[in-house]
Design a protein. Structure first.
Length: 146
């Protein structure tokens, strides 16, 4: 007959807030067990499997083609944009810049998402100029009141 313990079963957080049950953490160089097992299973088979996926991709198997492309070409993140932005010296120049962005999108020189990102830069410029002008006006008012 099993004996019952008198202490209640711990529920919730067993450790005080801010203190881990393993203060040293995972040792450096420790590897995930699933990753190690997967590597052992594929050991020596990887080249043959890769050849098979490439062959299937060449014969029109779309999932195999996607695997090949995903491994060869990483997803496009940011790329440099070749666009001549009109110089911005004042808030009035912002409308010229936005107009140039819209023309570039319409002509296919820029994508809509690229133009949106550039328009954020223009908006930031406008806010910075407006904040600077407001600060200058306040300083001038304070000087007059002294």
């Amino acid at each position: 007959m099993p004996t019952e313990s008198t202490a209640p079963k711990q529920r919730g957080r067993p450790f005080p807030k801010g203190r881990s049950g393993n203060p040293k953490g995972r040792p450096p160089g420790a590897r995930n067990v699933a990753t190690v097992l997967a590597e052992q299973l594929l050991d020596g088979e990887a080249e043959e499997l890769l050849r098979k996926v490439i062959t299937k991709a060449k014969h029109g198997n779309l999932p195999a083609l996607r695997i090949c492309i995903d491994r060869i070409l990483p997803p496009r993140r940011e790329r440099p944009v070749r666009f001549t932005m009109p110089e911005l010296h004042s808030v009035g120049d912002a409308s010229k810049a936005i107009s140039a962005l819209m023309s570039a999108v319409a002509n296919g020189e820029l994508g809509a998402s690229e133009a949106a990102e550039l328009s954020k830069l223009i908006e930031t410029f406008v806010r910075a100029v407006e904040a600077t002008e407001l600060e200058q006006r306040l300083l001038n008012l304070e000087q007059r009141l002294k």
